[in-house]
Design a protein around this ligand. Structure first.
Ligand code: FE2
Ligand code: FE2
Length: 246
């Protein structure tokens, strides 16, 4: 009768081949351009924005996806990360909200699994894992800056506060999220690689929403940005209408 291997014997066996040194064929590097042109991913983003519209949330479609991709790329590039890491950050940022296609709750983790499904086999597994962890960790609820790429996605996402995200017309009574977004006339994430600071510069029309309202809904996001900046070995700063608040 054959004997079952002990745990020690199993542990001593050579590990299956990994990407270094073997077997898994390496596809050509997946680019942001490839992802932007993918019809299935475009359908995910369209679907996600439709769900968010149905829930009464601000714009979460191609505008938000493209903008966060660009900001995440810039953060990584300005801080001297290698081009491939910057590209991966931009891809993760482009994809970060696809989970909203299913539901708002847990959309980070759901989105990570959607990313796995749609991109499996199209980039090395180690890169796919980096995208999934960045997508799965971008939200305030349970999300953490677990890598530089994830930190760049968080900073890019949370800094997109702008009136163009508000869907409703001026006649409709805004809720606080709409009001704060509508009040934001300009937002810019400034990366100073020499000073190691990342500053969110906002211009807010205080006739529409005052600064306290901004903090009322965005305090948690700002704490997340501070941690993300620290992950990138930087200090997070916030200025509103030229005044430094953080
Ligand atoms: Fe999100
Ligand atoms: Fe987002």
């Amino acid at each position: 009768m054959s004997r079952q291997a002990t745990n020690e014997e199993v542990a001593a066996e050579p590990l299956p081949a990994t990407e270094e040194g073997s077997a898994e064929p390496q596809p050509p590097p997946l680019t942001l351009d490839d992802v932007q042109k993918d019809p299935a991913i475009s359908a995910f983003i369209t679907g996600a924005d439709r769900v968010m519209e149905g829930l009464g949330f601000t714009e979460h479609g191609f505008r938000h996806a493209n903008l966060t991709a660009r900001i995440a790329f810039n953060v990584m590039s300005r801080l001297g990360f290698e081009p491939r890491s910057a590209e991966l950050a931009s891809i993760a940022a482009y994809l970060h909200d696809v989970g909203n296609m299913v539901a708002r709750e847990n959309h980070g983790q759901v989105g990570a699994l959607l990313v796995y499904d749609v991109l499996k086999g199209r980039l090395p597994t180690t890169e796919l894992a980096q995208l999934m962890s960045a997508v799965g960790n971008h939200e305030e609820e349970g999300g953490e800056s677990i890598s530089a790429i994830s930190a760049a996605v968080i900073l890019a996402d949370k800094s997109d506060v702008h009136r163009s995200r508000v869907r409703k017309s001026g006649q409709i009574e805004f809720d606080i999220h709409d009001r704060v977004n509508y009040a934001a006339e300009q937002s810019f994430l400034r990366v100073d690689s020499a000073a190691r600071t990342i500053t969110l510069e906002l211009t807010i029309d205080t006739e529409i929403s005052d600064v306290m309202e901004y903090f009322e809904i965005f305090l948690h996001r700002m704490i997340m940005c501070r941690r993300a900046a620290e992950k990138l070995d930087c200090r997070f700063k916030l200025t509103i209408n030229g005044a430094t608040l953080l």
